[in-house]
Each structure stands twice: as structure tokens, then as C-alpha cells.
Write a new protein. Sequence first.
Length: 139
Amino acid sequence: MSTVSDRLSRLATPAVRWVALLGICAAYLQGGIVKLTDINGAVAEMSHFGLSPAMPFAIAVIAMELVASVAILTGYWRWLGALALGAFTVAATFMANRYWELGSPERFAAENAFYEHLGLAGGFLLVAWHDLRDRRPRP
């Protein structure tokens, strides 16, 4: 008799793994494409967060979001792409979701976003860990 975990383990396929990786990269793919198609908006966003010169920062963010996402999805240097997006997420979270500086009601939403993004960064760290572990030679 098969257990629930036995039946669910059938979901552990390469296709499901790829869909999970696509999900974790979705916001970065969307963000990179939107910034690429609206470079003036991307530059305005960099300026809003005090990043100067804004144009080189916008170009760097677009490239990092898209290249790192593609690395994760293709498996080519997946661990590096995951670490890059994880570090970017932590840095951007401390820049954009400074909930400790806000009053109600803005604080609640910013605090939730802050911790959700830390969770996402943890997901990227887990992707990198799995990729590096899977590449180790087995005895």
C-alpha cells in the first residue's frame, strides 16, 4: 500500500522543478522586462531610491535580473544566479521596505513585504545550496 508521501513523490520531476524555479524567478523576469521596455521608468526608480548615477544602476539591475534568472532556469551557473538574486533581494529589501521608519498604516504592508522578501532570498539560497550539492562528486 502506498503512502501519501509515496504518491506525492511522483511530483518530484524535472518539469515540476523547472516550474518551481520559474516561479521563484517570475518577479525578476517581469521586473527586468518592464524596466527594459521603460528605461525612463527604471531610471526614475533608481533616482527614487537615491542611486546615482541612475542610468548605470538601471542598466545593471536590468542585466542582473534577466541574466541571473536565465542562469537559474537553464542550470548554467544556477548557484551563482541564485546567490546574485538572493543578495540583490536582501539589499533591495533594506532599501525599499524600511518599515521601522514608517507609521501606521504603511508600516504593516512594508513590514510584511520586508519579511516576505527575506523568505524569497532564503529560497534563492536554498536553490544555490541544492545546485552546489548536486554538483559535488559522490563517493
